[in-house]
Design a protein around this ligand. Structure first.
Ligand SMILES: *[C@@H]1O[C@H](CO)[C@@H](O)[C@H](O)[C@H]1NC(C)=O
Length: 363
């Protein structure tokens, strides 16, 4: 009895060690300071104002509130705080929601934030890969989607794929698409024409047939069919490469926030996270946590006022990293001191060194 318990524990410990855990990250949050005097739309949706405090919390378009308050995605101090948590949880890197190079809506700003975040992954010794939002070609009303898609791929090749911390699978850059929703089938072959080498390309689950001739597989996502959907996909979907998913729930703010969007609910908390994470550990080598910070959809594992580091505690244990909870506390302390002493260059240099030590403690 005891021996079998030990063996099962060892199995899960050993299997978690051999997994690559990434988090899906949104680059689209803006504060008044970062956004010319008005809060970004992902904190407000149609009807919220973070300047209003309700029950001691900012009135943002989410049921969950960041531990550090509503932030700007491009703020390097915020980015170091986020990357510091990822590193100390044993997360390998980020899958970054990338808007493309279309000049419309808030996409240029989001892309700029992506590049600040990529610089943050380099400081923290984390990896990154891009999740391309091909649906933006629809939302922005791009007239020639193939031309814009091709320009986006050339941009990725010239600016991101060559970085030493870009995720490679089968020896070539990993590229995920959040769809397809705008480009289908042979469109992908067209836009990949300038790429050398061709990426390891994944679509959303159950959509690889729309990914053209170079599609390598699929990644799972959160959906209303919850564990049934995940079990079906893990057990029966036949594609060469699968990236599994772990999520804490789905509790979207769209209805309250006056935005269109899916209205289903999956209970948010550590039970859901354990269930989805365990399934992913059993079935796939690469796992994407969905999500780091999609506050609007309520899928956040980033530390919040409501849940603290509960999800990161689970990840830290499963990843087998040598970091401990005390390192989480050190990370937030460094962030708070950086904000407090933002005008003291001597102090900032000292804090930067403290961050560097934390990040490289177990290299
Ligand atoms: C800045 O920080 C240094 C180091 O902690 C401290 O000695 C100094 O007094 C601070 N300067 C100001 C103006 O607060």
């Amino acid at each position: 009895m005891k021996l079998s318990f030990l063996l099962v524990s060892l199995y899960f410990w050993a299997s978690a060690q051999s997994h690559d855990i990434y988090v899906h990250m949104m680059p689209w949050f803006e504060t008044k300071e970062s956004n010319g005097g008005t809060w970004g739309i992902h904190w407000t949706m149609a009807n919220r104002n973070p300047d209003n405090i309700i029950d001691g919390k900012q009135d943002i378009a989410s049921f969950y509130h960041p531990e550090i308050g509503a932030y700007a995605s491009g703020d390097p101090t915020v980015i170091d705080w986020q990357m510091g948590y990822m590193k100390t949880a044993g997360i390998k890197g980020i899958f970054l929601d990338w808007p493309g190079t279309t000049q419309a809506m808030d996409y240029p700003k989001n892309k700029e934030n992506c590049e600040a975040i990529i610089a943050g992954t380099e400081r923290a010794g984390l990896q990154f890969a891009v999740v391309y939002e091909d649906n933006n070609l629809n939302l922005a009303g791009v007239p020639d989607k193939i031309a814009q898609g091709t320009a986006d791929m050339e941009y990725l090749q010239n600016n991101y794929f060559s970085k030493s911390n870009y995720v490679k699978v089968n020896g070539v850059p990993l590229l995920l698409d959040f769809g397809p929703q705008a480009l289908f089938d042979a469109n992908w072959d067209s836009i990949f024409t300038p790429l050398n080498p061709k990426p390891t390309f994944l679509t959303l689950w159950n959509q690889h047939q729309q990914g053209g001739s170079m599609v390598a597989g699929e990644y799972a996502w959160v959906y209303s069919n919850f564990l049934d959907g995940l079990n079906n996909w893990y057990n029966y979907q036949d594609v060469p490469l699968k990236v599994g998913v772990a999520y804490p729930g789905f509790n979207s703010f769209y209805e309250q926030g006056g935005w269109p969007g899916p209205g289903f609910t999956i209970p948010y908390g550590t039970d859901t996270f354990h269930q989805t994470f365990d399934l992913a550990l059993q079935h796939t080598d690469i796992i994407q946590i969905c999500t780091w910070n999609d506050y609007g959809e309520g899928t956040v594992v980033e530390p919040t006022l409501e849940y603290g580091t509960q999800f990161l505690d689970i990840i830290q244990q499963a990843s087998g990293t040598k970091y401990t909870r005390a390192d989480f506390e050190e990370n937030t302390e460094i962030f708070l001191l950086r904000k407090q002493h933002a005008n003291n260059a001597t102090m900032l240099a000292h804090l930067e060194e403290r961050y560097r030590k934390l990040i490289h403690k177990h290299d």
